[in-house]
Design a protein around this ligand. Structure first.
Ligand code: GLN
Length: 553
């Protein structure tokens, strides 16, 4: 049986529980333990697929096609874990399961209640994270903050869990805030005391406290927290701010968190090796050069909306020993002022995925600017679709070409809704349901793609068959392949049956690539994604070349 670590949050949200869970995973993995990480989200949506990125940040997609919380992105970036539907449960999903069972009569006439039926369903969900696999440790992050009404069933379930599987197999870690109060000139422990009290009131005594603060916790303060919260001194960990999130595993190790977990869970003591993490942090902190990448999108200014993209760009920088400065450009501003005003400082231009028509013409304008000025361009999902529209209109002369998502009656539907498509996962031709339902009507998850040799894509991946994750409804319309090919567009990646275009490039350009999938979901700091690595490399080259010719003056 695996050991379980439950991570709860106190005082305020957004303290970095996901990073903490992922970092603990990284620490344990560095010692050779097999780890999985699960997120329990107390909100009622069945999954975050229908949530606005404005409200909830990025929707992270797993190989098996689940739309999940962005914390799963942290789990995958920090470890070798491949998450799936068992790694993310919401209240909505739990209640949905219970209500479906009730409708089928599975409860045999009993009254269906939060305790035990909802809590039992949560405990089953927790056990499903390990499934039949031989994980040594299952880390479970409970979303929200202690004291939230909606989180109560989850906290009750994890309390019962220790009772069910044995004290020695479960560890409760509480992530809390120790704020620095300026007027007093000191760090304050009271919010943490209150938060631990609330946890104790529902029967959970935390075993370890991770104290988030803007500076390291002094010895005396740790002692005070330990005393008030009924903990050993060494169970109070200073989780202070660091320069990069990839430093957190190193900081936890320095604080002795790994030894503490081994001891408290009765795991065998192992030394562990964090040199890969040291190397990553070293490269981030000591870059040899820097570069400006413009991201032309819609959700600019919201850090979490493009979380994986942001990280993948940093990883591309790590691979090239460069610091990547991301210039977030609102596509609507380009519509107003033209591309040059907002992109003149950019050494590379990226148009990310997205939905809805706002800013579309600005994105297309940015792509035209990148093409004409030979600035490296990377289009992802909607970004590739916009590139197709730009190339069709301005290179192939197809007037008014558009995606039917934005212009249903366009004369040239270069991007359109494919109603029937072959799904290699099921071996069937599937019919895309085009009805009013918004959830679950997209091509989701990992699909194979075959690369053409001699292309930029092949040069990056150095292999013929790849697998990448998708999240979109619309596809390239194959009717337009030859007219675009004549103008120098290269279709460098397609589905194995050749029916779906997955990657496009431009011949007469230093680096111009669009992909229908989301490569950012699979990039890791110690394994930068090849497309991001090459995009940054090409942008560095463009920076050197164009400064010579005065494009940035
Ligand atoms: N809106 C586009 C589609 O549904 C692109 C989606 C995306 O970029 N993820 O096909």
């Amino acid at each position: 049986m695996p050991k379980y670590i439950f991570i709860t949050g106190g005082v305020v949200s957004a303290l970095g529980k996901g990073i903490a869970a992922a970092s603990i995973g990284a620490l344990l993995e560095s010692k050779g333990f097999k780890v999985t990480i699960q997120k329990l989200d107390p909100y009622i949506n069945v999954d975050p697929g229908t949530l606005s990125p404005f409200e909830h940040g990025e929707v992270y997609v797993t190989d098996d096609g689940c739309e999940t919380d962005l914390d799963l992105g942290h789990y995958e970036r920090f470890t070798h874990l491949k998450t799936s539907h068992v790694n993310n449960y919401t209240s909505g999903k739990i209640y949905f399961n219970v209500i479906s069972k009730e409708r089928k009569g599975d409860y045999l006439g009993h009254t269906v209640q939060v305790v035990p039926h909802i809590t039992d369903e949560i405990k089953d969900a927790i056990k499903s994270a390990a499934g039949e696999n031989d994980f040594d440790v299952v880390i479970v992050e409970v979303g929200g903050t202690v004291g939230d009404i909606e989180g109560l069933p989850f906290l009750e379930a994890i309390r019962q869990f220790r009772y069910d599987v044995g004290r020695e197999n479960v560890l409760y870690i509480h992530l809390t805030l120790v704020p620095y109060v300026k007027s007093a000139g000191e760090l304050k422990t009271k919010p943490t005391q209150h938060s631990v009290n609330s946890l104790r009131a529902i029967g959970i005594q935390p075993d370890i406290l991770l104290c988030r603060a803007d500076r390291p916790l002094p010895h005396a303060l740790k002692k005070k927290i330990a005393l008030h919260c009924n903990l050993d001194f060494d169970s109070v960990i200073s989780a202070h701010d660091v320069e990069t999130v990839y430093e957190v595993p190193l900081n936890f190790k320095q604080e002795g968190l790994d030894l503490l977990i081994e001891k408290k869970l009765g795991l065998p003591h192992r030394l562990g090796d964090l040199t890969a993490w040291e190397d990553v942090v070293n490269r981030i902190k000591n870059p040899k050069t820097e570069i400006n990448i413009a991201v032309v999108g819609k959700y600019v200014g919201l850090k979490d909306s493009y979380k994986s993209l942001n990280e993948a760009l940093i990883h591309g920088g790590i691979a090239n020993e460069a610091k990547v400065n991301i210039l977030w450009v609102n596509a609507e501003d380009i519509e107003k002022d033209g591309a040059k005003k907002h992109l003149s400082e950019a050494h590379g231009i990226l148009v990310p995925g997205g939905f809805g028509s706002r800013g579309i013409e600005g994105k297309i304008e940015a792509i035209k600017y990148a093409r004409e000025n030979k600035i490296p361009f990377f289009g992802i999902c909607l970004g590739m679709q916009c590139a197709i529209v730009e190339l069709s209109r301005n290179l192939a002369g197809l007037k008014g070409a558009h995606s039917t998502e934005f212009e249903p009656n366009t004369e040239h539907p270069v991007i359109y809704l494919m109603e029937r498509w072959y799904n290699p996962k099921t071996g069937n031709f599937e019919i895309r349901s085009i009805d009013s339902q918004k959830g679950g009507t997209m091509r989701l998850g990992a699909y194979p793609c075959i690369l053409k040799e001699g292309t930029k894509a092949y040069e990056a991946y150095k292999t013929k068959e790849i697998s990448e994750r998708h999240r979109h409804r619309y596809e390239f319309n194959n009717k337009y392949i030859s007219v675009l090919e004549e103008k120098g567009v290269v279709f460098s990646g397609t589905s194995p049956d050749g029916q779906l275009v997955e990657i496009i490039e431009l011949k007469e350009h230093p680096w111009f690539l669009g992909c229908q999938f989301h490569p950012e979901f699979k990039s890791k700091p110690f394994m930068p994604h090849p497309l991001f690595r090459d995009f940054i490399r090409a942008s560095l080259k463009a920076k050197a070349r164009n400064s010579l010719f005065g494009l940035y003056e």
